[in-house]
Design a protein around this ligand. Sequence first.
Ligand code: NFE
Ligand code: MG
Length: 573
Amino acid sequence: MATRVVVDPVTRIEGHLRVEAMLDSDNKVHEALSSGTMWRGIEVILKGRDPRDAWAFAERICGVCTTVHALASVRSVENAVGITVPKVAEIVRNIMFLTQMVQDHVIHFYHLHALDWVDVVSALSADPAATATLAQQVSPHWPKSSEGYFRDTAATLKKFVESGQLGLFANAYWGHPAYKLPPEANLMAVAHYLEALKWQKELIKIHTVFGGKNPHPNYLVGGMPCSIDLQSDNAINIERLELVRAKILEARDIVEQLYVPDLLAIASFYKDWAAIGEGLGSYMCYGDVPQNGIGDPAHFRFPRGAILHKNLGEVLPVDPTHGDEILEEVGRSWYRYPEGKAALHPWEGHTEAHYTGPKPPYEHLDENGAYSWLKTPRWKGNPVEVGPLARMLVGYASGRADFKAVVDGALGKLGVPATALFSTLGRTAARGLESQLAVGWLQDEYDRLIEALKGGDNNTADTIRWEPATWPKDCKGFGFTEAPRGALGHWIHIQDGKIANYQCVVPTTWNASPKDAQGRRGAYESALIGTPMADPQKPVEILRTIHSFDPCLACASHVYGPDGRELAVVEIG
Ligand code: NFE
Ligand code: MG
């Protein structure tokens, strides 16, 4: 009988994900199920509310990607009622967005994904002097690379392990034959894990300058809720902006001296993963980081577009407001649609819980029935992957020189062809490479901000259409961003100044979706097919590919009851 491997819950992610993988007799995955096993009710409370408040609720869909739901939300309202935000507000939003992206990617690499490749216990047998030599080769400009530094790190780690309370490092498959790094590389990675953990709280201070707090910084329909005046004691002045500049420079060091060198060093031991985890081969982005207003995608730093079937020769146009382009199905999800409806555009979106799965605790999901709290979004009928790899490929295939430079640079260093991008390794590398772009863009956006301010422009909000009385009686809007995990869209329908309908289709819904009506797999499921497993009892290979997407199930399984009715009763007993 075929072996079925169940990983539930998948850890080192946000939210609750279950994966079931069916193995052939040679222990390769031949079928997979990706299931969101939680659902939440954030959107239900949006209905009937003031659209100007929506960002504050929507932002709390997630505590990880935090700022992006606020950004998509204010953009959806601005799009609906016809507001164009001032240039300075847009630059500040770009800085907030890029800060979030860099912080999230570094955390993902070191704290959520690295331990799939780095064996912490093996680090204990590393020679600190040899580790110092290695570190100086890998990151010649990073100051902390002495023998003493690595001796101290090893001593800290040893104390930690001997205490028997692994804490952060508990529950991994230490000693698994799939770990390939020498002990010194493992110790170097553990040291940098700790460095990155200390640093990430520093970068995010940028959010506190412009948004007052983090997580969940403040936003404003029409602009940003901050006043900037270089000379004032009562506004964001040059002293605060100097802090922002310093944090951007630190981020640049972390990405260029630690993250990308570590990524390439670790990847060089795992080149076989450039041929594993390809998945759909189709990708989509909405694009972001506008240079000339959100209505002009031709001038986004992240371009908009789609690639189908690995054809890098053609970037297809994407219009998420077109009624047929993006449709969500629920045939394999625990929801039901109105009679006769098989797929709905988010502006007509409908969410009605209808659990038909097995009664917990259960052994297996029903692969022939519904098996997830995630819906199944499709672009022009195609399953597509969203996220860093999609963004890097769309940028690369669009012929953008900045994308080509970082991608070709990494491929050259690793000595692998461009086809290596279509893989688990490619997905993980893409996250580092776009962080390289993002830290450069952060500096550029900061310079644009200072230039505007020096020119006397410090307008951070357009409040001409603040009052709902100035809005159309019935209007629809689309707000979007490129969240760390990929294309994020919020669709709003406003009637008489109140929210009539609000739907989010988030990155993890695209990537972790169950099958569609034609039986085609989502991105996670598809990427697992063909994966070889060394030991089905210790499925580290499944974690490598699933983690390469950086799952967030909290984002993906928000639920909206269109009539505000009770969706389910949960009994605890
Ligand atoms: Ni909760 Fe999210 C991101 C969004 S989800 S993390 O990035 O939007 O997939
Ligand atoms: Mg949704």
